[in-house]
Design a protein around this ligand. Structure first.
Ligand code: UD1
Length: 418
C-alpha cells in the first residue's frame, strides 16, 4: 500500500493547472454508450475512478482507445452487454450512471450496487423513483440494481432532494424515451450542466440544466461527438484551500471562476485575498486565518466535497469556527486523524466545532475517503515536521498528478510504496 511522506511547514508558491472534472467525466463516459458513432472526450482526468469507468465500458463490448493521457475515443457500436458485476465497480459511486445509460440503450440493466466514499447511507431511491416513472421496473436485488422496461415514456418527476446522481441518471435514461420528461428540484452542480451539454452535443434535447427544472424531449437517436470536459471545481477548490492553510501565494489555472464563487467567498471571509482572472484565480494566503461558520449546501452553496479541506484550514484559525454538514450524515471521520496532529475539534451530530490552534504537528495519519484524504494532505503540508499519510489510494481516485502538482508549488512530498 502506498503512502505520502510530507515534510510540512513550508510556504508554497507558483501556478497549478487544474484537470478535467471527475464527476462530469463519469457521467459523460456512461453517456458515450448511447450512440453507435465515435465519441471523443477530451480533458478527462487520469485518475482511478475514470480508469475503472473506461474498463467497464470495455466490458460492455465497446471499443475504447486512449488517444493520449487525457483524451479517449469510444465506439459503442458493439456494446451489447447489459451486466456489470466487476468488483472494482462496486467500490466506486458513479457506476450507477450505467444503470440509466443501459436502460436508455437496451431497456434493461444489471449493475453492481455502487460503493464510493463511506460518508453516509447514500441511498439510490430517487434514481429508482425516476426510472419507475419513466415506465421501467427498477429495484435492488442481491447487491445489484436491476432495471427492465418495454418502453420508456416521458414523465414528470419531482426529486425530494436535489440529488446530483439522480438528476444525471434520470437524464441519461430519458434522452431516448418517447415524449417529454420534466425533472423538478434537480441538482444544479456544474458537472450536471456539463453532462447535459455533452448529451446535447450528441443530439439530445435537454433544456434547463443549471436551473431547478430540467426538461428533456426524447429523441430517436444520438450521434457521435467531440467534447472537452469542464475543469474540476473541487480540485481547484482544494488548491485554493492549500494556499489558505499554508499561507501561500498560488495561482490556479484552467478553471471557471463562476464555479468557485462559494469557495472564494469563504476564503475571503477568513482573511485571504482572491484575485479573479478570466480562466484563473490567485489566492494569496493571509498570515492570520480568521474563524468562520460554514454550512454545506447543494450548488451554488458551499460544496460538501470541500468541507474537510476547509475544516482542516480552520484548525489554524485564531478563534472558534463551526461547520454544519447538511448533505451527508457521516462526513467527519477524518476528524479523529486531524486531532492526532493537535487540532481541537468536537463533533455534535452533523456539526463540528473547531477551536483554532497555533500549529499542527506532523504525525502518521490515515486517509478516510477521497476528499478527507486531500484535506489531510493540506494539513500535513501546513504542519511542522514530518507526516505520513496511509491509504492514499482514496486520494488517487480523484486527484490527477497530485504529488507532482504539489512539488511544482514547492511542497516536500514523496509517494512511497509499502
Ligand atoms: C455526488 C458526487 C459527490 C458529491 C455529491 C454531493 C459524483 C460521482 N459524486 O454524489 O462527489 O459529494 O454529489 O454534491 O458525482 N440521496 C437520497 N436518495 C437518492 C440519492 C441521494 O436520499 O436516491 C441523498 C444522499 O444520501 C445525500 C443527498 O441526497 O444526502 C445528495 O446526494 P447526491 O447528490 O445524490 O450525491 P451523489 O450522487 O452520491
Amino acid at each position: 500500500m502506498a503512502k505520502y511522506v510530507i515534510n510540512g511547514g513550508k510556504k508554497l508558491s507558483g501556478e497549478v493547472k487544474i484537470s478535467g472534472a471527475k464527476n462530469a467525466t463519469v457521467g459523460s463516459l456512461a453517456a458515450s454508450i448511447l450512440t453507435e458513432e465515435d465519441v471523443i472526450i477530451e480533458n478527462i482526468p487520469d485518475v482511478w475512478d475514470i480508469n475503472v469507468m473506461l474498463d467497464a465500458i470495455k466490458v460492455l463490448g465497446a471499443d475504447v482507445q486512449r488517444i493520449d493521457r487525457n483524451t479517449v475515443k469510444i465506439n459503442a457500436k458493439n456494446a451489447n452487454l447489459t451486466e456489470l458485476s466487476d468488483f472494482n465497480l462496486g467500490k466506486m459511486r458513479a457506476t450507477y450512471y450505467f444503470v440509466g445509460a443501459l436502460l436508455a440503450r437496451h431497456h434493461k440493466s444489471k449493475v453492481i450496487f455502487p460503493g464510493g466514499c463511506n460518508i453516509g447511507a447514500r441511498p439510490i431511491n430517487l434514481h429508482l423513483k425516476g426510472f419507475t416513472a419513466l415506465g421501467a421496473k427498477a429495484y435492488e436485488e442481491n447487491g445489484f440494481i436491476i432495471t427492465e422496461a418495454d418502453n420508456l415514456k416521458g414523465a414528470n418527476i419531482y426529486l425530494d432532494i436535489e440529488s446530483v446522481g439522480a438528476t444525471v441518471n434520470i437524464m441519461l435514461a430519458a434522452v431516448l424515451s418517447n415524449g417529454v420528461t420534466t425533472i423538478e428540484n434537480v441538482a444544479k452542480e456544474p458537472h450536471v450542466v456539463d453532462i447535459a451539454n455533452f448529451l446535447n452535443s450528441m443530439g439530445a434535447n435537454i433544456k434547463g440544466a443549471g436551473t431547478d427544472v430540467i426538461r428533456i424531449k426524447g429523441v430517436k437517436k444520438l450521434h457521435g461527438t467531440t467534447y472537452s470536459v469542464i475543469p474540476d471545481q473541487i480540485e481547484a477548490g482544494t488548491y485554493m484551500a492549500l494556499a489558505a492553510i499554508t499561507k501561500s501565494d498560488i495561482t490556479i489555472k484552467n478553471i471557471i471562476p463562476k464555479h468557485l464563487e462559494s469557495i472564494s467567498a469563504k476564503l475571503i471571509d477568513i482573511g485571504n485575498q482572491v484575485i479573479v482572472y478570466d480562466e484563473a484565480l490567485r489566492v494569496i494566503g493571509s498570515d492570520v486565518i480568521l474563524p468562520t461558520n460554514i454550512k454545506t449546501m447543494p450548488y451554488p452553496g458551499f460544496p460538501t466535497d470541500m468541507q474537510p479541506q476547509l475544516a482542516c484550514t480552520l484548525t489554524l484559525a485564531n478563534g472558534k469556527s463551526k461547520i454544519e454538514e447538511s448533505i451527508f450524515e457521516n462526513r467527519f471521520k477524518y476528524v479523529e486523524e486531524i486531532k492526532k496532529m493537535g487540532a481541537i475539534i468536537s463533533i455534535d451530530n452533523t456539526t463540528i466545532i473547531i477551536e483554532g490552534v497555533k500549529n499542527l504537528d506532523g504525525r502518521k495519519v490515515v486517509a478516510t475517503d477521497l476528499r478527507a484524504g486531500a484535506a489531510l494532505v493540506l494539513a500535513c503540508l501546513a504542519a511542522n515536521g514530518v507526516s505520513e499519510i496511509d491509504k492514499i489510494e482514496y486520494v488517487e481516485r480523484g486527484y490527477e498528478d497530485f504529488v507532482n502538482k504539489l512539488k511544482n508549488l514547492g511542497a516536500d512530498i514523496e509517494r512511497k510504496e509499502g
